[in-house]
Ligand binder design. Structure first.
Ligand code: CA
Ligand code: CA
Ligand code: CA
Ligand code: CA
Ligand code: CA
Length: 358
């Protein structure tokens, strides 16, 4: 009898041990040698709030003069900040705790085409809607507060449909719920209506849409990068691009963006936050091309723990002939000094050369 009990206890203990064993994941070693390194060409003014504050950038291309374009960044404790291409802050808009931001051009407002900026505002759980004035200044233009049904608005990405010419905003909440909103003009303002909701699974943030192919990519932070159809009447079938446990990847997956080389060609870029790197994929096949790091140089420090990223393929003359990449830096330093967070800018040509992209 005793023997039987002892045996049972032993078997149970072993089973528990075995189960524990299974759950332990091996510590991943980062193979840095497989990553190429670039240095920042410029950095923005540090945001006005301390701690984790800078989060996500987007780029406004000035249609009159590309050199007068701006970078719009979120300070998730205070609002939006606007910088010129040298990184100098031009304007600040304390509109609330805006987390992610994105932009699309060509929205017809009062008979004129404007660039529309949207941002997830966690102060009131809304989608903030603004437009860009010719000076690069922003103005709020929402017809009413666009309140989400999600518990906490978080990630955001815009979509302009080639099929219908309609403008959409995808948002994802901290619990992994997704909403797709359609933007429309309403009495000289911009209104929005909810057209689709679905579940990503768990917390997601980084979103980018590929307007050319009608696809939307979501980073599920502790799991994978996913691709869905972006049209509101599409199914929610999805394709896994890469998993956080794949080679050279380390959670969280954060910002995701698209380098548009034209004619449907280009690259998808993902912030693999856990190993401070950026993974590059072919836009068409989603094949992994390699990863890069932005490292410290004597003038500008490198990036660490990056949240949001963006990229443009527009030419800025000799400055950035094939555009530039921009990344949030979680630890902005100057020599030995620790400053408020900011965004780092890298000439795309250098990244393309280092990774031998086409
Ligand atoms: Ca952060
Ligand atoms: Ca995040
Ligand atoms: Ca973030
Ligand atoms: Ca840094
Ligand atoms: Ca710095």
């Amino acid at each position: 009898m005793y023997k039987k009990i002892i045996f049972t206890i032993l078997v149970c203990s072993l089973t528990i041990l075995a189960c524990k064993e299974k759950k332990t994941t091996p510590i991943k070693t980062v193979e840095k040698s497989t990553f190429v390194t670039v240095f920042a060409d410029a950095e923005t003014t540090a945001v006005t709030s301390n701690d984790d504050a800078a989060d996500d950038p987007c780029i406004w291309i000035n249609p009159k003069d590309s050199l007068q374009s701006t970078i719009i960044g979120t300070n998730k404790r205070e609002g939006l900040e606007v910088y010129n291409l040298d990184g100098k802050r031009l304007f600040s808009y304390p509109i609330g705790k805006v987390n992610n931001v994105d932009i699309r051009n060509g929205f017809l407002l009062n008979g004129k085409e404007v660039s529309v900026v949207t941002a997830t505002n966690r102060t009131n759980n809304t989608i903030a809607i603004l437009y860009v004035k010719p000076t690069g200044e922003l103005e709020e233009i929402a017809a009413r507060p666009i309140t989400s049904n999600l518990n906490e608005v978080y990630g955001l990405g815009m979509y302009k449909s080639k099929k219908t010419n309609l403008f959409y905003v995808f948002i994802v909440g901290k619990e992994g719920g997704v909403e797709q909103w359609e933007l429309f003009e309403n009495n000289a303002k911009i209104d929005a209506k909810l057209v689709r909701s679905f579940a990503l699974g768990s917390q997601g943030e980084g979103i980018v849409t590929d307007d050319f192919y009608g696809k939307v990519y979501f980073g599920e932070e502790n799991n994978a990068l996913w691709k869905y159809d972006a049209e509101p009447d599409a199914t929610t079938e999805r394709v896994k691009v890469i998993s956080t446990s794949d080679k050279n990847m380390k959670d969280d997956f954060e910002g995701v963006t698209l380098y548009d080389s034209g004619n449907g060609k280009g690259y998808l870029i993902l912030s693999s936050q856990g190993n401070n790197s950026y993974a590059v994929f072919d836009r068409i096949t989603n094949k992994y091309e390699g990863s890069f790091l932005i490292s410290d140089n004597t003038k500008i420090d490198g990036t660490y723990d990056t949240d949001g990223i963006d990229v443009t393929a527009v030419s800025f003359g000799n400055k950035y002939p094939k555009g530039f990449f921009i990344a949030q830096d979680g630890a902005n330093t100057k020599g030995k000094d620790s400053l408020n967070q900011n965004f780092k800018i890298v000439n795309w040509s250098k990244i393309a050369t280092e990774l031998k992209l086409n």
